[in-house]
Design a protein around this ligand. Sequence first.
Ligand code: ZN
Length: 192
Amino acid sequence: MTRSFWSRGITLAVVTVGLFVTPVGGSAVAVAAAGTTPFGPERFAHNHATYVITTKSAYYRQVWQSAINAWNKTGAFHFKLSTTNAQITLKTASKTQAAALGEDVGLTDYWSKNDLLLDVTATLNPPLLKSYAYSRADDVHVAEHELGHTMGLAHNPAKESVMYYRNRSVGIKQVDVNGVKLRYQTPAGQSS
Ligand SMILES: [Zn+2]
């Protein structure tokens, strides 16, 4: 992935790159069930951020938009559309990227500095979603899950959370809304 934006004087020494994955296989991390979806140390400076949807697919544009609308409705965070220098890019994997994603139906990667998120990209993997016969609702849940990562949410070990690591059928739950609220009441650098 080309990141020409960062070639303008920001060195890798002060920028960390992180990776969240949504595997459809693999083993669960053994942690206690949480009443609030946990979060990592990274967050945006505010509980709002700008986004752009770059996929050419009308279907996946709608999937991303439905997921955006669902999160915006919760009031915990506001995603605002912007076509210039959006903080969040929502896309679908190219054929080559899809192959590299392997068994991940969705993936979010980000650049952060001092645990503040600067540039986040979330990707859906259409060939895999299709091969597992995900419904439109399932696809939206995956998009909601990746948007959870874009805000800083980590995986919830409980199945009744959109952030369950291999979630497919569950939408945004109160535990997830609580997680985002708590994330943005908690300074960058602290995780739960
Ligand atoms: Zn995930």
